[in-house]
Design a protein around this ligand. Structure first.
Ligand code: SAM
Length: 292
């Protein structure tokens, strides 16, 4: 087998050879620990029949590990300067395709249709650029792509919010948005010392497995998420006050909103962070009838 890219020595050698300088604005923190990379690939559950999508291959540290285990890897990289480097470092692997594009602008559905015609399943696996973690995950989930799931490294603080349960300080609209689409699990925390350069925050790996069905019955998804966001707008306020202030025409409908909360067994003095996803679903279904 080939020498791993993700060792401190080999990484420094590659960076020096190409005179590469990190762009902080692109969230460039490269992994230099092969054990962490193998763990990420392990929890993704890849087989020889899996198509892997990577976001931000950098100099190919994770791409290489994916190429050894998956049927094919398609990686989106925004930084043109990395293309000749990747061409060099990944030359031993014939099942890798690099696409030079901002993943947020990519037509991922089309890329999947063109690149993974006979894959048994598709996983997204990445060490994400931290400045766009949430937009990337939300795009992957709301574009309704034929993927089995997502395994990503991101800021520990965001991982905690994504996997949080009701009644905790980390629970909020991001927890509900992600858990509506996936079963979310925090796999491990990762110290900043395994990156070059070291980021200013600690990191974590999460696994999101897409649900076949939403876990709750929601009549109108966009209104459901609107109610959730309104409920968390000011965390110190009660659910009633947040809904009044943050739903359209909320002030004029104060009495109705209060009645619907009570009818659904939700004390209007509770805080949004104590409501389960089931309670938000019932609440938004009932509110929709009087608000929309
Ligand atoms: N996968 C490599 C590793 O683990 O060492 C690099 C990870 S680094 C945290 C993030 C990578 O994403 C960088 O290579 C960066 O250039 C790239 N990137 C940043 N924004 C991007 C975007 N919008 N679309 C695609 N790639 C992006």
């Amino acid at each position: 087998t080939n020498k791993d890219i993700a060792t401190p020595g080999r990484t420094r050698e590659i960076l020096e050879k190409y005179g590469f300088s990190f762009k902080k604005s692109l969230g460039q923190n490269f992994l230099i620990d092969t054990n962490i990379l193998r763990k990420i690939v392990d929890v993704a559950g890849l087989s020889r029949e899996t198509g892997a999508i990577e976001i931000g291959p950098g100099i190919g540290a994770l791409t290489e590990q994916l190429a050894r285990r998956a049927k094919k890897v398609v990686a989106f990289e925004i930084d043109q300067r990395l293309l000749p480097i990747l061409e060099d470092t990944l030359s031993p692997y014939e099942n890798v395709r690099i696409i030079h594009q901002d993943v947020l602008k990519a037509d991922i559905r089309r890329v999947i249709a063109e690149e993974f015609t006979d894959a048994a399943d598709i996983m997204v696996v990445a060490n994400l650029p931290y400045y766009v973690t949430t937009p990337i995950i939300m795009k992957l989930l709301t574009d309704n792509l034929p993927i089995r799931g997502i395994v990503v490294m991101l800021q520990k603080e965001v991982a905690d919010r994504i996997s949080a349960q009701p009644g905790t300080k980390d629970y909020g609209s991001l927890s509900i948005a992600i858990q509506y689409y996936t079963e979310a699990e925090k796999i491990m925390t990762v110290p900043r010392t395994v990156f070059i350069p070291q980021p200013n925050v600690d990191s974590a790996v999460i696994r999101l497995i897409k649900r076949k069905q939403p876990p709750v019955d929601v009549d109108d998804e966009s209104f459901f998420f609107q109610v959730v966001r309104a409920s968390f707008a000011q965390r110190r306020k009660t659910i009633l006050n947040n809904l009044i202030s943050n739903l359209p025409n909320g002030k004029a409908r104060k009495e109705k909103i209060e009645r619907i909360l009570t009818e659904n067994g939700i004390d209007p003095r509770r805080r949004g962070e104590t409501l389960t996803m089931e309670e938000f679903a019932a609440l938004s279904n009932a509110l929709r009838e009087v608000m929309c």
